[in-house]
Design a protein around this ligand. Structure first.
Ligand SMILES: [Zn+2]
Length: 344
């Protein structure tokens, strides 16, 4: 087996993927047609061009445009099912997907109906591909903590398959600190805590999420590279960094995968995972993320497998399921490397 085939065959878990950001280009064209709107996006070529970004702010504006084409709650079933089909193709077994509920509620869609449609997609994907998926609700920092608190009131936790809260959106201008009471309340409700931080802002944003929101994982965390004390803190407090290397290149957060701090984080002993973030919008998937780490940053197959295990260990699965998944991963890996192949 070639190294790239071996990497593709590694069992994986994904912690950081946005449902809307996983909308396939063909599915976007379907949504556009269903919306009845007159737009310049008619072909896959148009979509491809539309999915090019000058910077993070530009990306956010494209993402918002795609969100606007979702006009019926039931459309989330197809989007979610396809997201999981694509992840399953990369041998991903467990996903924690981010859903930016307020973006759609503000446009008149119903929270409960959207969750029902997403969970229908999840159940179908589990049946067809054996992949599991839980949800994290992105409160979208642009709308402020009061609205975040309101959304939190609707989350029923286990009842609706939601395991965590998150704040995505525009990091610049919307720091984490004001979300402290919202995160406190989320914790009381038994939800796990994650925040996007250190992607479009400096290390102070990661410090804010760590100190005020008590997060267990940081989405991106890229700028932590500029603060050795922060890297020590993430390692010592066992806060996982959900790295999204290709995403960071596409939005010009880093110039190339070769310049991505994930190698330094890993070598520093931080628990890092690798994730596709918005795979369709960034033209990536989990296999590509792993292969890029191998080719550009010299991650070996066993190091990549360690990243898979990190994603299981820091997942929000119940302890028993986590242990079972860990055992499955290890036995599959042992079978793989027992074969006569050229491991680097
Ligand atoms: Zn993200």
């Amino acid at each position: 087996m070639e190294t790239s085939e071996l990497i593709q065959a590694l069992p994986k878990a994904e912690q950081h993927i946005h449902i809307v950001g996983a909308t396939r280009p063909e599915t976007l064209l379907w949504l556009v047609e269903e919306s009845g709107e007159n737009t310049p996006y008619r072909t896959l070529g148009d979509v491809k061009e539309f999915f090019q970004y000058s910077d993070f702010t530009h990306f956010i504006s494209v993402y918002s445009t795609v969100s606007k084409f979702i006009t019926d709650e039931s459309q989330f079933e197809r989007i979610t099912y396809e997201m999981l089909e694509d992840d399953a193709r990369c041998n991903v077994r467990h996903v924690e997907a981010s859903f930016s509920a307020p973006d759609h509620i503000r446009r008149g869609l119903d929270y409960g109906l959207m969750l029902d449609a997403i969970n229908r997609g999840i159940r179908r994907a589990r049946r067809d591909f054996g992949i599991g998926c839980q949800l994290r609700i992105d409160l979208v920092r642009n709308y402020g903590p009061e609205e975040g608190m309101e959304i939190l009131g609707w989350i029923e936790g286990k009842g609706d398959n939601v395991v965590s809260v998150d704040i995505g959106g525009s990091e610049e201008g919307f720091p984490p600190e004001p979300y402290e009471p919202v995160y406190k309340r989320a914790k009381e409700k038994g939800l796990h805590l994650v925040a996007h931080a250190g992607e479009a802002s400096g290390p102070e944003s990661v410090w804010g999420a760590v100190r005020y929101l008590d997060v267990e994982r940081i989405g991106h965390g890229t700028s932590a590279i500029r603060d050795p004390k922060l890297m020590d803190h993430l390692r010592d407090k066992e806060i996982t960094v959900e790295a999204c290397p290709v995403s960071n290149v596409r939005t010009n957060v880093v110039p190339s995968v070769r310049d991505h701090p994930i190698r330094t984080f890993y070598d520093h002993g931080i628990s890092v995972t690798v994730n596709s973030d918005d795979p369709s919008m960034f033209g990536t998937d989990m296999n590509n993320e792993y292969i890029q780490l191998h080719e550009q940053l010299g991650f070996t197959v066993s190091e990549l497998f360690q990243i898979s295990l990190n994603a299981v260990d820091s997942s929000f699965l119940p302890e028993k399921e986590k242990n079972d998944l860990r055992k499955t991963f290890i036995s599959e890996y042992d079978d793989m490397v027992d074969q006569p192949l050229t491991l680097k």
